[in-house]
Ligand binder design. Structure first.
Ligand code: DBV
Length: 248
């Protein structure tokens, strides 16, 4: 049983319908990885698969999908725009652990100013408000992470698994569709100072996500430290190594 496969299928189909996509390289050994968790009768194979594309305006569209039975399911799906667009990041973290479900959905801002918020958060607020009742604020949230969220951050710990198939799936679709509308409208930035500010904001975000990746513990237990660090820095949050590959 895979809770989040329909989310991934929907996202990749929608993206392919709306954008000419090209493959984005997945480093060797990271397309699919298997590990074992638990002991004795509770042993469970955990498979992590990676998916990645790019488009003219989107530097990296990538998903990590973890499937380890009914109490370990994760879909982490992030879109990183090219550095000459002021687009926010699309971020989805859909997590099912023995302790329950947690979901995070947002268009994570590059900047926190009124103009940026008007352009990229205000249009999403009606969607956010539409789901807030069934998917209320999930509480306990790392203080320093607030810098990276928008006012439309949907963060919840749904109690009912059925909500994932209904409200969470609908919210995921609505956020992704709205994001692709932003992408369609986006115009390239050419001003040197603006470009510099975008690069700085992207690096700050990616640095934060790589440093604080909440999946680090899980991946290290499953697949070891070396694999995990290479996965985080070489694929999941790869802007620095990407820069190196481009010779800058
Ligand atoms: N989170 C990632 C990546 C994951 C992933 C790349 C590939 O950024 C999974 C996997 N998230 C993941 C797992 C857990 C969380 C938790 C396995 C559970 C960790 C545990 O309890 O052991 C949102 N995700 C969380 C938490 C937050 C987020 C706030 C709670 C943990 C904590 O308090 O630190 N992830 C965080 C976030 C985004 C995101 C803000 C943006 C949408 O993707």
């Amino acid at each position: 049983m895979s809770l989040y496969q329909p989310f991934l299928d929907y996202a990749l189909t929608l993206l392919k319908n709306r954008l000419p996509l090209a493959p984005y390289p997945i480093p060797e050994g990271f397309e699919r990885k298997e590990g074992i968790t638990g002991q004795g009768k509770r042993q469970q194979t955990v498979v992590t698969t990676s998916h990645a594309f790019k488009s003219q305006k989107l530097r990296q569209i990538r998903a990590a999908h973890v499937e380890g039975g009914s109490s370990l399911q994760v879909l982490n799906f992030v879109i990183f725009p090219q550095l000459n667009y002021d687009l926010p990041f699309f971020g989805a973290d859909l997590v099912t652990l023995p302790g329950g479900h947690l979901i995070a959905l947002d268009m994570q801002p590059l900047f926190h100013n009124a103009a940026y918020q008007k352009k990229y958060s205000d249009p999403i607020l009606p969607i956010f408000q539409h789901y807030q009742h069934d998917l209320p604020w999930g509480g306990d949230f790392p203080e320093e992470a607030k810098l990276f969220f928008s006012p439309a951050f949907l963060w919840s710990r749904p109690k009912e698994t059925s909500l994932l198939q209904t409200r969470v799936f609908e919210a995921f679709k609505d956020y992704l569709k709205a994001y692709l509308d932003f992408v369609a409208e986006a115009q390239p930035v050419t001003d040197e100072q603006d470009l510099e500010a975008i690069a700085k904001a992207q690096l700050r975000y990616i640095d934060y996500r790589a440093t604080k990746d909440p999946a680090r513990g899980m991946f290290t237990r499953l697949y070891g430290e070396e694999w995990t660090e290479e996965y985080i820095h070489g694929f999941l949050f790869d802007l620095e190594s990407y820069g190196n590959r481009q010779g800058g």
